[in-house]
Write a protein that binds this ligand. Structure first.
Ligand code: D5M
Ligand code: FE
Ligand code: ZN
Length: 563
């Protein structure tokens, strides 16, 4: 097989059972005869080597060849840029500016999450016209930040894989205890209450529901509880019923209060605190203040101490007729270029494959009908990306794991199928700490719920990151149980956002959106699946073929388009 691109070289190495350092692949690609060089390098590698290194390649190329190869590296990289990332047609700047620029609706309410305003997308002036469109500029809390350089640090390219660190927390994989019995639901909600009330306790002088009922009418009263019911009274006020471990208590939010618009944001089962005055008959609390567990406004995210980047993607949907293999190929080829030298991590937030029987009539649009064959093909596509990329993946609702959240990571059989690239497979959700930067990865099924329940300006498919802001504010990735969201009863609530992440990464809604909420970078990656018949019927216009790339040392985001 001709080995004219790094992607082909990686594929060939993977076929022979090797991962490879990116530099090794680049060297091979630059050799006068890549196929012969690959053969020789494989020959030279020790039998037990899993990863082909630069050293293996170098020993097989004599000194002259090495010099030649080094000269050719730049050319090879240029070729790949042209061949690998040129969109089929001219890049659509319209799609890019539409989809990667959250609007700048000013945040008027103090409680409302501030809406991010990234610098307006600029097309990189340093690129040839036929390379992917790039929008730069970090999303910020209302202020523009000048685009920072994303030029790869020349020193970063040769970083040993040992410098990399990936830690995982909050993953249910291997720890699921749920038996599906009623008692488990009691424990999961009790744990939710414990964890989230802990975040509110210092802010209000709260009393249990049972004690409030015994307080004299007219007393100051505060309570922390899970939202049990929200209904409107005959004259248009809101009655929010809160529940704690001792019982429930009704709280009245009058329609003309400044906090009344916050009632729109409430989801059943989320945890909030109220402060107010008990009515004369001690039957209801008149609410003056409503608090969410929230992220402190002063939150200071951690950053990596070297220039290194992560690509945040999701919703690959291999096996669907709409899977965009060409766009994926361009993305994979781009990852082999010098321009992508700092991209050392690839995080995939669920829906690797299209799955089977996920939605009615889905089978009519399947390209691959067998679920294992879908993972086989996905694994083949994964081999296109550089062998030395560190890959972390969580499952989504199309994947072959239980649908109820938290979802455990893939089982042994699926891990085996996807083993060529040795990805780090964790559950949904999970917090992955990469080079000191914590990234909460969650597939995002609850985003459908948040978007359906909240008013358009607070959360919509066109601004999925705003829906994510509300999850951060509620400190829970899927507050409302029921509807779209299936909750697996467990002893503890893995869906609580216990620690503030530096980055929150979701997918699922197939729309690209990003912004910062109290300094936390929220990124909803798009997808690699063109519009399906269902999506057409309901007017979902997916953002397909985009790869958001985050600088882990600055948390700046660059969106690249490959479709
Ligand atoms: O879902 C992608 C998006 O499309 C997500 O917002 C749900 C929505 N979707 C897609 N297909 C359906 C059907 N058949 N019913 C309801 N909602 C749907 P994903 O699960 O990633 O394909
Ligand atoms: Fe999806
Ligand atoms: Zn999904």
């Amino acid at each position: 097989m001709p080995l004219e691109t790094p992607a082909r070289i990686v594929r060939e190495l993977a076929r022979r059972g090797y991962n490879a350092e990116r530099e090794a692949v680049t060297l091979l690609a630059g050799a006068p005869d890549p196929a012969a060089a690959l053969d020789a390098a494989v020959e030279a590698a020790p039998d037990d080597a899993l990863r082909l290194t630069v050293a293996h390649v170098r020993t097989t190329l004599d000194a002259d060849d090495v010099a030649d190869a080094a000269d050719d590296v730049a050319d090879a990289a240029d070729d790949v840029t042209a061949a690998g990332s040129t969109p089929a047609g001219p890049p659509s700047s319209e799609t890019t500016s539409d989809s990667s620029s959250p609007d700048s609706t000013p945040d008027t309410s103090t409680e409302h999450p501030s809406v991010s305003t990234p610098a307006s997308p600029t097309q990189s002036g340093t690129q040839a016209p036929d390379v992917p469109v790039e929008t730069k500029g970090s999303a910020t809390d209302g202020t523009e930040e000048s685009p920072s350089s994303t030029d790869p640090d020349p020193d970063a390219g040769g970083v040993d894989a040992l410098d990399r660190t990936v830690d995982v927390a909050g993953d249910v994989t291997g720890r699921s205890t749920g038996t599906g019995e009623y008692g488990d639901f009691v424990s999961v909600f009790r744990d939710r209450y414990e964890k989230l009330s802990g975040k509110l306790r210092g802010r209000v002088n709260h009393r249990p529901a049972s004690a409030i009922a015994d307080m004299p009418g007219g007393s100051d009263a505060a309570m922390i509880g899970l939202v049990n019911d929200v209904r409107s009274s005959a004259n248009g006020h809101w009655i929010v019923e809160l529940e704690d471990t001792t019982g429930t208590f009704p709280c009245l939010i009058t329609k003309d209060r400044d906090i009344a618009p916050l009632v729109d944001e409430l989801l059943l089962d989320e945890c909030v605190a109220v402060e107010g005055t008990l009515s004369d008959d001690a039957g209801i609390v008149f609410v003056d203040a409503l608090h969410f567990p929230d992220v402190p406004r002063t939150y200071k995210p951690s950053t990596a101490d070297r220039h290194v980047q992560a690509a945040l993607i999701s919703d690959v949907h291999v096996g669907s007729q709409e899977f965009m293999a060409d766009a994926w190929g361009r993305f994979a080829d781009w990852l082999h270029t010098e321009e992508a030298a700092a991209v050392e991590y690839l995080l995939i937030a669920g829906d690797m494959v299209e799955g089977v029987g996920v939605y009615p009539d889905q089978d009519e649009e399947l390209d691959i009908v067998d679920i294992y064959d879908q993972y086989d093909r996905f694994s083949e596509h994964l081999k296109d990306v550089p062998g030395d990329l560190e890959i972390v993946m969580i499952p989504g609702n199309h994947d072959a794991v239980r649908l109820a959240e938290p979802q455990p990571g893939f089982d042994e059989e699926l891990r085996e199928i996807m083993s060529a690239h040795d990805p780090r497979i964790v559950g949904n959700p999970a917090t992955v700490t990469v080079e000191g930067v914590s990234i909460l990865m969650y597939h995002g099924v609850s985003l459908d719920e948040v978007i359906a329940e909240l008013p358009e300006e607070k959360a919509s498919y066109d601004h999925p990151h705003r829906a994510m802001y509300h999850l951060l504010k509620k400190r829970h990735v899927a507050p409302k149980y029921g509807g779209h969201m299936r909750l697996a009863p467990e002893e503890r609530d893995y869906l609580v956002i216990e620690d503030v992440p530096d980055i929150f990464h979701t997918g699922h809604v197939h729309k690209l959106g990003y912004g910062k909420y109290h300094n936390v970078l929220a990124v909803n990656s798009g997808c690699w699946q063109a519009q399906t018949a269902f999506q057409k019927s309901v007017n979902i216009d997916p953002d397909a073929g985009f790869a958001p790339i985050v600088d882990l040392d600055t948390l700046d985001l660059t969106v690249r388009k490959f479709a």
